[in-house]
Design a protein. Structure first.
Lengths: 109, 113
């Protein structure tokens, strides 16, 4: 079992819809969780982090964490074509980030 | 620009050559990380510095790879006797002490012919 798993997609949503991206992790001791956005050919950009169970909102983004289920999600409201990118879920293990393979999101105009 | 910077942005080399990459972290970020990313994969951890001390190295980091951060500021990653399998994006990230968030630089794309 991979340490961090994501559906590779592509996830296709129409402009203005809610995009829901999911991630599961295997290490029950993990405490810190991150979402990075990566445009093609560019480096990862940190967009959200969450450390406590529940929801955390920042603008159009909401991160959700359920430690009991070992599940992290990212919701993007009012999706825009500029949101089209690969979204990487990452878990902090000691001092290093363990990444999933990413979910490709395509927002259709 | 106060973000993480990396140099060069692109490097093409022939198999067997040595290459060196540089990373300048965000000012006053004590922690510095190197990752490697291949197509279709998430970044993979290579090594981590707290100030000038290299505190952790991945088993991915063979003896052909060496990293330094001599004055606790910029860092270099050297690959000796490059192989085609070394072709990847090499990413540097930094974070301040006491914080878990890591901020990535633009990366160095290495192509080994």
């Amino acid at each position: 079992q991979k340490e961090v798993e994501q559906n590779s997609g592509p996830l296709s949503v129409p402009e203005g819809a809610i995009a829901s991206l999911n991630c599961t992790y295997s290490d029950r001791g993990s405490q810190s969780f991150f979402w990075y956005r990566q445009y093609s050919g560019k480096s990862p950009e940190l967009i959200m982090f969450i450390y406590s169970n529940g929801d955390k909102e920042d603008g159009r983004f909401t991160a959700q964490l359920n430690k009991a289920s070992q599940y992290v999600s990212l919701l993007i409201r009012d999706s825009q074509p500029s949101d089209s990118a690969t979204y990487l879920c990452a878990v902090l293990l000691t001092n290093k980030l363990i990444f999933g393979t990413g979910t490709l999101l395509a927002v259709q105009p | 620009d106060t973000g993480v910077s990396q140099d060069p942005r692109h490097k093409i080399t022939k198999r067997g050559q040595n290459v060196t990459f540089r990373c300048d972290p965000i000012s006053e970020h004590n922690r510095l990380y190197w990752y490697r990313q291949t197509l279709g994969q998430g970044p993979e951890f290579l090594t981590y510095f707290q100030n000038e001390a290299q505190l952790e190295k991945s088993r991915l980091l063979s003896d052909r790879f060496s990293a330094e951060r001599p004055k606790g500021s910029f860092s270099t990653l050297e690959i000796q006797r490059t192989e085609q399998g070394d072709s990847a994006m090499y990413l540097c990230a930094s974070s301040p002490t006491g914080y878990n968030e890591q901020f990535f630089g633009p990366g160095t794309r290495l192509t080994v012919l």
